[in-house]
Design a protein around this ligand. Structure first.
Ligand SMILES: C[S@@+](CC[C@H](N)C(=O)[O-])C[C@H]1O[C@@H](n2cnc3c(N)ncnc32)[C@H](O)[C@@H]1O
Length: 304
């Protein structure tokens, strides 16, 4: 994969919005524990993107030093801003995972989040992760196995929404098909298959390879989700859809598949949908959901 992830695949707002559904707050202390986060630990997040995982690892009670590295400057700038907004002291560095600018054996924990599963050269990246982690230290990788069941992914809405919802879904399907012709998904799924990550860790010589399930589901009708998170999710969804649409419409190939008039109409309908969602966040009304079954895989670098 060449080029910028933030421009071609997922812009920073989109990635943050999808990350909201990555781990329930209750899981976060467990994730830190399973990754070996403890007082004094020096931690690296490889392919950190907007810094979601680095913030999760730095966000507990433990006194840790966290560094994030990514080759995409748009993500690094965003990650710095976001961490400072949350008063987290994380060092975000622009650099290549295949040539980590760190000494051998310099971290206690080297993590990555949905990185090995999208990296065309996962072995090259893993060799580097293994080089910079101390003997007895932990390499941790979260993989995402998103699920969007057809039929449900477009949402179950009250009858009063039928007219605008059907029009919007038709446009969304056309838009998605057009985009998939330009950006085949295979480009984004070029690393280790999610289910194969534990085996991959073992093949790379890691010891005590362990796998933990961490999942979450977002729905504006889900009683398990705090109302302020629902509102934030909807606003981020609106913002990221508009950014994606604008970026798609700038591609010369799009004009033959999705007209500017359709784009204007899609934006109107998107506003209508978001306003409707915000108008009623009560339970059991709208089941428009997105789920993630994540796997956290950890392994220990052998002490020679
Ligand atoms: C699926 S995104 C995951 C981002 C982030 N870890 C998260 O979960 O939100 C994959 C990330 O890997 C980064 N990446 C891909 N190849 C890289 C390389 N050779 N060196 C550094 N970063 C790389 C991309 O820029 C992108 O931010």
């Amino acid at each position: 994969m060449e080029g910028k992830w933030s421009v071609y695949f997922q812009n920073p707002e989109f990635i943050e919005q999808t990350r909201m559904s990555m781990a329930l707050p209750e899981y976060k202390p467990l994730i830190r524990k399973w990754c070996g986060i403890r007082d004094g630990a020096e931690v690296l997040d490889v392919g950190c993107g907007t810094g979601y995982f680095a913030r999760l690892l730095a966000g507990g009670d433990e006194d840790v030093t966290v560094t994030g590295i990514d080759r995409d400057d748009i993500f690094i700038d965003y990650a710095k801003r976001k961490a400072s907004e949350e008063s987290l002291d994380i060092d975000f560095v622009l650099g290549d995972a295949l040539h980590l600018p760190f000494e051998d054996n310099s971290f206690d924990v080297v993590g990555s989040h949905t990185f090995l599963t999208s990296m065309p050269d996962p072995k090259g990246a893993f060799d580097e992760m293994k080089r910079v982690v101390r003997p007895g230290g932990i390499i941790a990788s979260v993989t995402s196995m998103s699920f969007y069941p057809p039929g449900i992914s477009l949402g179950i809405y009250p009858e009063e929404c039928d007219v605008w919802k059907k029009e919007m879904d038709t446009l969304l399907i056309r838009l998605t098909r057009a985009y998939m012709k330009i950006d085949p998904i295979s480009e984004r799924a070029s690393g280790v298959a999610p289910a194969a990550v534990p085996h991959f860790f073992a093949e790379q010589g890691m010891e005590r390879v362990s796998a933990y399930p961490v999942g979450h589901m977002v729905s504006v009708s889900n009683a398990a989700m705090p109302v302020e998170d629902k509102v934030r999710w909807i606003e981020l969804y609106r913002e990221s859809e508009i950014k994606k649409l604008d970026a798609f419409m700038e591609l010369p190939e799009m004009s033959e598949m999705f007209s500017p008039e359709e784009a204007v109409r899609y934006r109107e309908l998107l506003d209508r949908k978001c306003d409707f969602l915000l108008s009623d966040l009560t339970e059991n009304r709208i089941w428009d959901w997105r789920g993630n079954a994540n796997l956290l895989v950890t392994g220990i670098k052998p002490v020679e």
